[in-house]
Design a protein around this ligand. Structure first.
Ligand code: TXA
Ligand code: MG
Length: 336
């Protein structure tokens, strides 16, 4: 892959400069091709540049988190080319549909329950049964999204803690060595991120102020938005935490091997598994990006085995390991 496998934080393009693509027919086709191959491409939107990957491909999504250097798996916004494509991913209430019709394409993200046909992977949703959906108002990016024909996950294209990029130069300065390409459409006209509104039953809730104002959104639905949360990053409510996937089994972290009756969740070479009730491996080769991509699926698989406890191998804390560890520790925390 590249010369930094030991921590697993490298992504495929880490050893070469990102290509700058023009927003012509060839550039759009190349961006779509790279995304379908699971590569990272920065895409312009009317708000900020997004760090995009195929949202249905957990390995591609894991490489977004690796490139951003986020210490935890925040849910990401999935981008679609039109309302019809968005409605295949999420369940729209009457208010959600009114908001979508009023502001899409545009700087609005709707958080809605996933549909039965949702193809956004669990990692992109951070284990939630809800999904953030947005149709951005940018002609070149809409053309890319149509050609990709899959939900495209994209947080703002900056390293965690840095400011959001509104030009291709900003993107390259922050992520140049970590992405395959940037589709360069010049500066973003809005410059602040999309407004995020959750439509999950009851009055829609403003989770993050942004390009669409509260007054504009309220006028579109003919009712007040309910009290929001600052930042939009905190869980929507204490109850919302429950819909984050947490295994039924208890977790025992930093284990050397399985004890009788335990399931084993490995990372790197497996120990003696004769005592294990079931086993899975996040990444036999010790690759943190692969481990992040497999985390939710492995936990579910071991939970289905009926084991009361899952012993988890030591996962290094560097790079993506920090986010993996954050998720595992929360799953391991005592529950009422
Ligand atoms: O303008 C924008 O929205 C840009 C462009 C690239 O589209 N994207 C962006 O993404 O700002 P990001 O990852 O920086 O912000 C995503 C926000 C996070 O605060 C996250 O918590 C929230 O969206 N979010 C996404 N899905 C969610 C969900 N299912 N429930 C609650 N919050 C969600
Ligand atoms: Mg951001």
């Amino acid at each position: 892959m590249n010369d930094m496998p030991s921590t697993g934080v490298g992504v495929a393009a880490a050893d070469k400069a990102a290509a700058t693509l023009d927003t012509d027919v060839a550039g759009i086709a190349e961006a779509a091709r790279l995304l379908r191959e699971g590569k990272l491409v920065a895409l312009p939107t009317e708000t900020v540049y997004g760090l995009a990957a195929d949202g249905s491909n957990a390995l591609a999504v894991a490489s977004i988190y690796a490139a951003k250097g986020r210490p935890s798996f925040n849910p990401l916004i999935s981008h679609l080319p039109d309302i019809a494509a968005a409605r295949r991913q999420g369940m729209f209430s009457a208010q959600a549909l009114a908001l979508a019709k009023a502001f899409w394409p545009g700087p609005l993200t709707l958080v809605v329950p996933i549909s039965p046909d949702c193809t956004v992977c669990e990692l992109a949703r951070a284990g939630l049964a809800t999904v953030g959906l947005r149709v951005p108002a940018h002609a070149a990016t809409l053309a890319v999204l149509e050609q990709v024909a899959r939900p495209v996950a994209a947080p703002s294209a900056n390293r965690s803690g840095h400011i959001s990029p509104t030009s291709a130069e900003h993107v390259l300065a922050d992520l140049g060595g970590l992405i395959e390409a940037v589709l360069d459409a010049g500066p973003c006209p809005v410059g602040v991120e999309s407004t995020i509104i959750a439509c999950l039953g009851g009055a829609p809730r403003l989770l993050r102020p942004g390009g669409v104002t509260r007054a504009e959104a309220e006028a579109a639905i003919g009712q007040r938005l309910s009290e929001g949360l600052t930042g939009g990053i905190a869980p929507l409510s204490p109850g919302q935490l429950d819909s984050h996937y947490a295994p039924q089994a208890r977790l025992r972290l930093d284990a050397d091997g399985p004890r009788p009756g335990e399931a084993w969740l490995g990372f790197g070479p497996d120990p003696d598994l004769s005592a294990a009730q079931a086993s899975a491996n996040l990444s036999a080769g010790g690759d943190l990006t692969e481990a992040a991509a497999r985390l939710f699926a492995c936990l579910r698989e071991l939970d289905r085995s009926g084991a009361q406890r899952i012993a988890v191998a030591h996962v290094p804390r560097q790079g993506l390991g920090e986010a993996i560890h954050d998720r595992l520790s929360r799953a391991a925390a005592p529950r009422p």
